[in-house]
Design a protein around this ligand. Structure first.
Ligand SMILES: [Zn+2]
Length: 284
C-alpha cells in the first residue's frame, strides 16, 4: 500500500525544528489540553523527547498537505506522550509519518475463501503499518469528534506492534506482570463486547469492541484524554495503563479540574454507562 501512497506524497520534511520557539510550543500545547494532566516535571521531559523525536522521524504530507511546524510538533508531542516512561527506543525501526488533510480513502483488495477477489474503498482516519510508517489524518479545526484522537490511537498500535501484531499485548516494562495485564484486558474486553452486543454504551467508543488490539488503542486514547472516566469505568485497565505509560493521568485530571476523590475510588465497582463517548472510528 505504501507504494500506492507514494504518488500522493510531497517531499519529506527533513528540515527539523531544532529548537521550537516559545510561541510554537504554546500553540501546539494549547491544542492538547490533556497535557495539563501531566505533572510539571513530565512536561519538560515531554518537550525534550518531542525534539529528539523530530530529529529521528520524517514527515510526509499527502494530498498536497504542507506539513508545517505546528503539525509536526503536535504529532511529536502526542506520539511522545505514549513513550514518556521508556524513551525513543520504543519507536525504533521506522522513520516515516504520513499526514493526510482529513480522512482518506485506501483502496483494498482481498481474496475470500472461494478465491474471489473483492475490491473496495476503505475510509480511514489512520493506520499504523507494522513494516513501515504511521499514517494519520490531520484536522485543522481539531479532532473529528469528541474524544477522538487518531494520533494517540495509531501510535498506541505502533507500540503494540513492536512485538508482533497489534493484539493488545505490547512489550511490558520491567516489573509489570504479563499475567495481570492479560487478566485485566481480557476481562474488560469481554465485558465491553457483551455490553456492545446488548446495545449498551460505555465511555469507550464501540470500535474498541472490534478487536483486542483496538481495545488497547481506544483505551489508550481514553487514558490520556478522559482518564477519570476510564478509571471509573475500567479500573483494572486504567491501573495497567498507568503502570505501562508510567503516569497517573486521572489524578492529573482531578487536580486540573479541582475534583477531589476519596482514596480507593478506582477499586470500587464501576458504573457501566458513565457518559461521554471516546475513541476513534478508524479501521484497524
Ligand atoms: Zn485502530
Amino acid at each position: 500500500m505504501f507504494d500506492t501512497l507514494k504518488r500522493w506524497l510531497n517531499h519529506a520534511r527533513k528540515n527539523k525544528i531544532a529548537t521550537p520557539a516559545p510561541e510554537l510550543w504554546a500553540r501546539a500545547e494549547a491544542r492538547l489540553p490533556f497535557l495539563d494532566f501531566l505533572p510539571e516535571e513530565a512536561r519538560a521531559r515531554l518537550r525534550a523527547l518531542a525534539v529528539a523525536f523530530l530529529g529521528e522521524k520524517e514527515f510526509y504530507g499527502a494530498r498536497g498537505l504542507r506539513v508545517d511546524d505546528d503539525i509536526m510538533l503536535s504529532i511529536a508531542l502526542q506520539a511522545c506522550l505514549l513513550i514518556l516512561g521508556r524513551g525513543l527506543a520504543a519507536y525504533r525501526g521506522w522513520v516515516g509519518i504520513i499526514v493526510y488533510p482529513g480522512d482518506f480513502i485506501v483502496p483494498r483488495r482481498v481474496m475470500d475463501e472461494a478465491g474471489i477477489v473483492h475490491e473496495y474503498d476503505d475510509p480511514m482516519l489512520g493506520e499504523a503499518r507494522a513494516d513501515g510508517p504511521v499514517i494519520v489524518a490531520w484536522f485543522d479545526g481539531g479532532p473529528p469528534g469528541p474524544g477522538i484522537n487518531v494520533i494517540l490511537h495509531e501510535f498506541a498500535h505502533k507500540l503494540d506492534m513492536a512485538n508482533g501484531s497489534a493484539d493488545g499485548f505490547p512489550n511490558l516494562p520491567p516489573g509489570m506482570s504479563r499475567r495481570q495485564w492479560a487478566a485485566a484486558f481480557t476481562a474488560a474486553y469481554e465485558r465491553l463486547c457483551r455490553l456492545d452486543d446488548a446495545g449498551i454504551e460505555t465511555i469507550l467508543d464501540p470500535y474498541a469492541a472490534t478487536h483486542p488490539g483496538e481495545f488497547f488503542a481506544v483505551a489508550s486514547e481514553a487514558f490520556f484524554e478522559t482518564p477519570l472516566s476510564l478509571r471509573a469505568a475500567f479500573p483494572a485497565v486504567y491501573a495497567q495503563l498507568s503502570a505501562y505509560y508510567g503516569l497517573d493521568t486521572a489524578e492529573g485530571e482531578a487536580r486540573t479540574s479541582g475534583i477531589r476523590f476519596a482514596t480507593g475510588t478506582d477499586t470500587g465497582n464501576p458504573p457501566e454507562n458513565a457518559g461521554d463517548g471516546n475513541g476513534g472510528e478508524m479501521k484497524p
